[in-house]
Ligand binder design. Structure first.
Ligand SMILES: [Fe+2]
Ligand SMILES: [Fe+2]
Length: 140
């Protein structure tokens, strides 16, 4: 479901795809390969969360505080889970981590991210332009 900003829709699709890919890796790859892939996913996710927060701040989105609190909850929880997995905690396995990732992202996109759709409606072009130039600058 679209949140109205194409770059973010792309991020969401890519994040769900990466989580899905992790499921396949679980069967076939070593702990080390999975850890690297997980790290990539975490970086991608962090870049997306930070991007939403930057735009919300710039555009003075009224609900920024509660939205950011939801992102921060995710950051704390996933760091904790990632560490457990990396340390080889027996009570913790990749399936549980994937299940958390999948349910958090789907719920967050559909419930929380959807709330900003109307607020950003008339600013789509401006925001897309900003996001695009940020991406270019990062690649230089
Ligand atoms: Fe968000
Ligand atoms: Fe998002």
């Amino acid at each position: 479901m679209s949140v109205g900003i194409e770059s973010w829709d792309q991020d969401h699709r890519e994040l769900l795809r990466l989580i899905d890919e992790l499921k396949d890796l679980e069967q076939n790859e070593s702990h080390q390969v999975i850890i690297s892939c997980l790290e990539y996913l975490m970086e991608y996710a962090e870049a997306h969360l930070a991007s939403e927060e930057r735009v919300m701040k710039d555009e003075m989105y009224p609900d920024i505080k509660s939205h950011k609190a939801k992102h921060d909850f995710y950051r704390r929880r996933i760091t904790e889970l990632q560490k457990k997995f990396e340390d080889g905690d027996k009570d913790w396995n990749l399936s549980k981590l994937i299940a958390f990732l999948m349910s958090w992202w789907i719920e967050h996109i559909n419930k929380e991210d959807h709330k900003y759709k109307t607020f950003f409606q008339n600013k789509q072009k401006e925001i897309e332009g900003k996001l695009l130039s940020e991406r270019w600058r990062k690649q230089l």
